[in-house]
Design a protein around this ligand. Structure first.
Ligand code: HEC
Length: 155
């Protein structure tokens, strides 16, 4: 193979590997799995955070990590739900179809992102007076949305 031919072959190979990275939408099952990974991360950080806050486990040095991890994961939740998978795929999901039927769901995720960011800031600043109310607001965000948009018996 001539040098230029080789260069083209290498370019084609690079392009083939780069393609999935640039995908704008996913197979329904992959989209469902991804949003469950994001929400699972939100859930794990939330549980760990509250267990430390309530003194059930020590690990105080991890409190900022979990607060920031929760805020970071929450900031990606809206994008994770962008793809409407209602009625598609075989992957188990507890998301109700009405997730994609109005603005309320996205408003709920905006509220979660804002409250978790404020909580992480308060924890980082050691602002003890602010942590309680903000943690309460975050817990309310989870419950309000799950009550409306999740069917926990679907799994
Ligand atoms: C605006 C709506 C909304 C908010 C706010 C929200 N969730 Fe969820 N959550 C969902 C939906 C919808 C699903 C179902 C995803 C699926 O099964 O496809 C879900 C799924 C989950 C799951 C299960 C993930 C899995 O692996 O199946 C956990 C855990 C979870 N959420 C925790 C939380 C916690 C903790 C909070 C608050 C800190 C929270 N969620 C806030 C809508 C929300």
């Amino acid at each position: 193979m001539k040098k230029s031919g080789m260069r083209l072959a290498v370019l084609a190979l690079v392009a083939a590997f780069a393609m999935p990275v640039m995908a704008q939408s996913a197979e329904a099952d992959d989209a469902i799995k991804y949003r469950k990974w994001i929400m699972g991360t939100v859930g794990n950080h939330t549980q760990a955070f509250f267990a430390i806050l309530q003194g059930k486990v020590p690990h105080q040095d991890a409190l900022v990590y979990h607060a920031r991890g929760l805020a970071d994961a929450a900031s990606h939740a809206k994008a994770a739900f962008e793809q409407n998978t209602a009625g598609e795929g075989t992957e188990k999901t507890t998301a109700k179809d009405k997730v994609w039927e109005g603005p309320d769901f996205n408003a709920g995720l905006d509220s979660l992102a804002a409250d978790t960011a404020a909580l992480a800031d308060a924890v980082e600043a050691g602002d003890m007076a602010a942590i309680g109310p903000l943690a309460g607001a975050v817990g309310k965000d989870c419950k309000t949305c799950h009550d409306t948009f999740r069917d926990e018996h679907a799994n």
